[in-house]
Design a protein around this ligand. Structure first.
Ligand code: ADP
Ligand code: 2DT
Ligand code: MG
Length: 214
């Protein structure tokens, strides 16, 4: 039996990531795992949650960046164990959010190169679905948490794009990162796109055994 696949749903805020990650994991069946970042349920995640929800809770930008990264390292082994057992793992955000949101702050020294360092050695996704949606800022709840302003989202979008174009190997990007434009599509229509892309990928790459790393 081959190892499971690591499938990431990425994108800006309120683009439908959590909705689609949940539906994808359900469609992949009971043997699949859904893991969300940040995982707010751990001690580190509790600090992250406080930072995101309480404007008065201040941390140096470097420190919160490292907490987000540490929150991934907390479950890195667990993810690999699931994959080795043959389970597919669906991620809701991951390293790309980690680097793009921190680098978008424009803090001197906190560039993409610096931001990536704490995630070097984490597993790379087999497939990344990057959701884009022009109406996401109008969705319910937008603006409730830190980072949810139009101006900042625009900067994050630029950082995602710079990272994919300048930091990712272009052959990896071509094979493993798919952009899905979801504007004006219903939840079910987006799920159909997510599912057809994922199932086609899983057929084409049924045999991969090696792991890839950031
Ligand atoms: P994210 O995890 O990217 O922040 P969510 O999945 O939480 O986004 O979705 C944000 C909001 O938009 C939720 O209220 C969700 O029900 C709604 N939503 C998600 N996908 C769609 C869609 N395709 N059409 C309309 N509303 C959607
Ligand atoms: P959710 O709305 O998906 O819970 O995200 N973020 C996330 C970072 O700044 N760095 C990270 O490494 C990750 C995983 C994006 C909460 C916010 O946290 C940001 C939005
Ligand atoms: Mg979400």
């Amino acid at each position: 039996m081959g190892r499971g696949k690591l499938i990431l749903i990425e994108g800006l805020d309120r683009t439908g990531k959590s909705t689609q990650a949940g539906k994808l994991a359900e469609r992949l069946g009971p043997n699949s795992q859904l893991i969300k970042f940040p995982d707010r349920s751990t001690k580190i995640g509790g600090l992250i949650n406080q930072y995101l929800t309480d404007p008065a809770f201040l941390l140096p930008d470097q420190a919160i960046h490292l907490l987000f990264s540490a929150n991934r390292w907390e479950v890195a082994e667990e993810i690999k164990t699931h994959l080795l057992k043959g389970s597919n793992v669906v991620l809701d955000r991951y390293v790309y959010s980690g680097v793009a949101y921190s680098a978008a702050k424009g803090v001197p020294g906190l560039d993409l190169q610096w931001c990536l360092q704490s995630d070097v050695g984490l597993l790379k996704p087999d497939l990344t679905l990057f959701l884009t949606n022009q109406g996401s800022e109008l969705r319910q709840g937008f603006g409730e948490e830190r980072y949810e302003s139009s101006a900042f989202q625009q900067k994050v979008r630029e950082q995602f794009s710079t990272f994919f174009n300048d930091f990712e190997d272009q052959s990896y990007k071509q094979a493993h990162i798919k952009v899905l434009e979801t504007s004006d599509k219903s939840i079910e229509q987006v799920h159909d796109m997510v599912w057809s892309t994922t199932s086609a990928f899983m057929q084409e790459y049924a045999d991969i055994q090696d792991f890839m790393y950031f």
